[in-house]
Design a protein around this ligand. Sequence first.
Ligand code: 13P
Ligand code: SF4
Length: 302
Amino acid sequence: MKMEELVREIERLKEERNAIIMAHNYQLPEIQDIADFLGDSLELARKAVDVDADVIVFAGVDFMAETAKILNPEKTVLLPTSRATCAMANMLKVEHILEAKEKYPDAPVVLYVNTTAEAKAYADVTVTSANALKIVEKLDSDVILFGPDKNLAHYVAKQTGKKVIPVPENGHCYVHRKFTVEDVERARRLYPNAKLMVHPECEPEVQERADVIVSTGGMIRRAPEWDEWVVFTEREMVYRLQKLYPDIKFHPARDDAMCIGMKAITLNHIYESLRDMKYKVEVPAEVAEKARRAIERMLEMS
Ligand code: 13P
Ligand code: SF4
């Protein structure tokens, strides 16, 4: 099918199924263009709470679709392909959390939403990069177990002054790990008037050289403060920002910062997903109930 035809079919099926398409800011441009709601992981979780449709097609990675399902157990949540997964979320195993809890029994377990539902079931509270600082500051403990992103843990430790222990020791995102100090230096040389917006999943030495450190939603909120930016996150973020702000200049810090899981979803997958009602996201009730407590606590605290 040609692109226009696919889009028409998706629109028709959406109506027939009473469905909406929720998409993350890293999705392909053609998916961003047809999404009913686009956002960062916190905005997507919030939106999932008051969705009015029967079916949510989730154009993002699996942990985001799982979060939507946990918050909406009675709704059908579809992930268009099972290959849409987050490599970082898969790094944190339940055994890592149990080992850390044994060493630090009094420390609260704070988990990034980039985790499996099974891991979230062991969290006291979840966080995203948009609210991690606020939530860790509010917790009544100076020692925090934090997983799985070691770089976000570093950022939170530096800003809050608390002892933030990364679980596992080396959890990271391979997309954000690509950015180096050389990329920062090249950006400063090529675009001397630009400011640098950096995602907190980037390495500490890149964070230290940033003008602002923000989630993808934060990038959207802060962009109007300046007229030229170099963007240190997944490459599709530039499409999202440029479309919102045609008069501001945005440069990707690297063209090869691409998340394979996010890019596994195509328009055709979305069409097939609505046509065949696949792939239904299911979370075992016992796991979902525990994970929901941690996610709801996050929504209350931020
Ligand atoms: P945001 O919450 O900033 O959208 O980040 C999600 C993510 O997976 C970043 O790699
Ligand atoms: Fe996960 Fe990194 Fe992809 Fe974000 S960019 S979804 S953290 S692998």
